[in-house]
Design a protein around this ligand. Sequence first.
Ligand SMILES: Cc1ncc(COP(=O)(O)O)c(C=O)c1O
Length: 325
Amino acid sequence: MSPQRKLLRVSPSRISLIQTPTPLHRLNRLSKLLNLDLWIKRDDLTGLALGGNKGRKLEYLMASVLAERADIVVTCGASQSNFIRQLGAACAMEGVRCAAAIMSMPYDEVRPNSISRMGYRGNLVLDQILGIELHPFTDGTWDELYAHAENIALAYETQGLKTYRIPIGGSSALGAYAFYEASKEITEPFDTIVFASSSGSTQTGLAHGFRGTGTRVLGIACDPEPEIAQDFAELSLELSREILGDTPLCASDYDLDFNYVGPGYGIPSAAGNAALELMARTEGIFLDPIYSAKAFSAVIDLAQKGSLTGKVLFWHTGGVPALFV
Ligand SMILES: Cc1ncc(COP(=O)(O)O)c(C=O)c1O
């Protein structure tokens, strides 16, 4: 069964920033290899600033930024954030300033050289070209980073700028709504949809969209903390209350698999790297080492164990600039 249109509490405004619907096609060679009917949804080809899942969220978030007549948008993330890159491009297109609090990684202790990642590589090169006002901080907890972002926002307000705050990864009700809408691009039935999950709006939107359809919405966690399921539930509550008017999901409603994080958030895993090469060498498609490759390593492993069968959709969420870090 495909997702149905429901009556919304409010109908969020959207501006056009990306190419949708994104392509959906079968992976014939991998299907044979993994003994699955495996398909791919190409959100790596959304088209905004080298693509990725964040473009969908930004169509709604930027509509809200423009409605508020904001002078500047403030967000935060890891230094290789794909969201910050795409937000910077969307802001450039709309003539809005973009600022971000960044830190190298929150798991510095497991990678002693991580400070070198503050050098300009991967997404950071693109952030610089886009003119994003980057505020780098030394590694700490996510809560510390959120506090830095709030201080930056307050400082811009002191300068008299109308400041719009966007949470990490664009995971607000509007960000999740974008993926609720994205679920309607899937018009044929799948047994399982698999994708990388981190700040939660991709999974929350898809989980609401496919509710009651019999399609399993399986997020592969790229963060090791099991508490993220609780954050996702809070996001679901926001989405239900502010937009959808349906019953929110609770933490246990989320199908989140934490077995493929590897050494930590933002750190490539051996299985992910092998999955990345297999996808490229079998189908000619690039994954990213931090999100989509880990999610695809789960597809391979679960298929080999017989825990993933039937018609499966791998939702490619983008992130390819991280290959150049
Ligand atoms: C390439 C890529 N895939 C997946 C995700 C996870 O999406 P979400 O933050 O909506 O859970 C992200 C976001 O951090 C990402 O950059």
